[in-house]
Design a protein around this ligand. Structure first.
Ligand code: ADP
Ligand code: ADP
Length: 230
């Protein structure tokens, strides 16, 4: 099918002694084309490990990760066509806002004029129209994550993987940004997997929420499906 398909995924970390840690213990999860799914669960339940295995940053000990029907085993990170966004967006400090957003387009060899149009569109989408020539050092934490989101969307990734992208921000700002992230992902038609430990944030951002605990998926559904469960 179209989109991400994770089947019976296992992620393990070896230990010097003893059996090691099974961080992801047989998880199956689909993200359809254009859909935003949140992976919700307490710290240490295996969310990041699952996301990292999907990204190609962690080799699975079992199971498969496929996109649009193609098995991604052995496909390196940069060949997956995925975008990544972490808690600290790690902007390039010596590039201005516009050149941060343009980075992936420069790598792809997109011509200057086209880059400028796309950068302006994306800055507008994240609420930072007119910020292109600003130094990133002058931005607030929230503005930096907005720029990081725009940068991750610039190459039009076929899947965007977001790992606690709002967790470093204060609560009020998080709530506002969650709404803006939702709108930006919708407006750009982006397929996304959004990792968070925050219940409200998960339901704000996502079409469906996958609830994880101790390496396993407990349930997956829309807000209505999960809240009307017996
Ligand atoms: P979450 O993202 O839900 O906080 P993680 O995937 O980061 O969970 O961690 C799941 C489990 O795997 C935890 O027990 C954690 O300590 C362990 N873990 C995560 N990364 C590593 C690593 N690089 N080496 C060893 N253990 C790890
Ligand atoms: P944050 O979410 O990081 O707090 P805000 O949206 O509150 O960012 O904006 C911070 C500053 O940037 C405010 O002074 C705001 O007026 C200004 N600002 C926000 N969006 C725009 C925009 N599209 N054009 C010009 N200035 C903007």
């Amino acid at each position: 099918g179209a989109g991400l398909s994770v089947r019976d995924l296992v992620v393990r970390y070896a230990a010097r002694r003893g059996p090691g840690t099974t961080a992801v213990d047989g998880v199956s999860l689909d993200v359809a084309a254009g859909e935003v799914v949140a992976l919700l669960g307490p710290s240490g339940c295996g969310k990041s490990s699952l996301l990292r295995a999907v990204a190609g940053l962690e080799p699975p000990a079992g199971g498969t990760v496929a996109f649009d029907g193609e098995d991604l085993a052995g496909v390196p990170v940069h060949r997956r066509g995925f975008g990544l966004l972490f808690q600290d967006g790690q902007l390039f400090p010596h590039r201005d806002v516009g050149r941060n957003v343009a980075y992936g387009l420069e790598v792809l060899g997109v011509p200057r004029a086209e880059r400028d149009v796309r950068v302006a569109e994306l800055l507008d989408a994240v609420g930072l129209a007119g910020f292109a020539r600003r130094a990133v050092t002058t931005l607030s934490g929230g503005q930096r994550q907005r720029v990081a989101l725009a940068r991750s969307l610039a190459p039009r990734p076929r899947l965007l993987l977001l790992d606690e992208p709002l967790s470093a921000l204060d609560r009020q700002l998080r709530e506002r940004l969650a709404l803006d992230v939702r709108a930006t992902l919708r407006d750009t038609g982006t397929t996304a997997l959004f990792v968070t430990h925050d219940h409200a944030e998960a339901f704000t951002v996502a079409d469906r929420v996958a609830v994880m605990d101790a390496g396993r998926l407990l349930q997956v559904g829309t807000r209505d499906e999960l809240t009307s469960a017996p």
